[in-house]
Design a protein around this ligand. Structure first.
Ligand SMILES: [Zn+2]
Length: 170
């Protein structure tokens, strides 16, 4: 009789201990899970890239639509590649197009390197000087890139001069 009671008591204690151990294990796992969560929640989807054009820090959250991003500072556009570890790489960059359109008389004076109070004589002199600086004969030997820039500059100088003429500034 005493043995049966002893056995039962022993089983009860054991079951209780086992329950306690399971409970402790579960509690530990919950704690571990809880500790892991903030790390997942924080910057898991947040990415920062440095603009390859102007070094501006660009922050965004994954996923990004079309894997495209744009620099707020210089307006360069990027195509991004995201690998299996969700690292982000810039694979393609489209630099912002410079706006070459002349919008005001102030732009004309600026293109010719003049201040707004320049007299007609100054304008004519500046025009001749600038045009000769970018003359094809001068830039021919400097390579295709410089030649293209010179052609664009010549277009600008002519456009500025024509606009000043139209407005009776010379
Ligand atoms: Zn930029």
């Amino acid at each position: 009789m005493m043995t049966t009671i002893g056995l039962l008591a022993s089983i009860t204690v054991n079951v209780f201990l086992l329950g306690f151990i399971v409970f402790q294990l579960r509690k530990n796992r919950l704690i571990t899970q809880r500790q892991k969560q903030p790390a997942l929640r924080t910057p898991a989807n947040l990415r920062t890239i440095s603009c390859p054009s102007c070094s501006q820090q660009i922050k965004f959250t994954l996923p990004i639509e079309g894997n495209k991003a744009r620099c707020r500072k210089c307006h360069a556009q990027f195509k991004l590649d995201i690998d299996e570890h969700r690292n982000v790489y810039v694979t393609e960059i489209k630099l912002p197009e410079e706006d070459h359109t002349i919008k005001s008389l102030a732009d004309c004076y600026s293109i010719l390197g003049l201040s707004a109070d320049a007299i007609p004589m100054d304008i004519k002199t500046a025009y001749k000087k600038k045009i000769s600086e970018y003359h094809p004969d001068r830039v021919e030997v400097l390579g295709i890139k410089i030649k293209q820039i010179a052609e664009e500059q010549t277009r600008q100088i002519n456009a500025a001069y024509a606009m000043l003429q139209e407005h009776g500034m010379l």
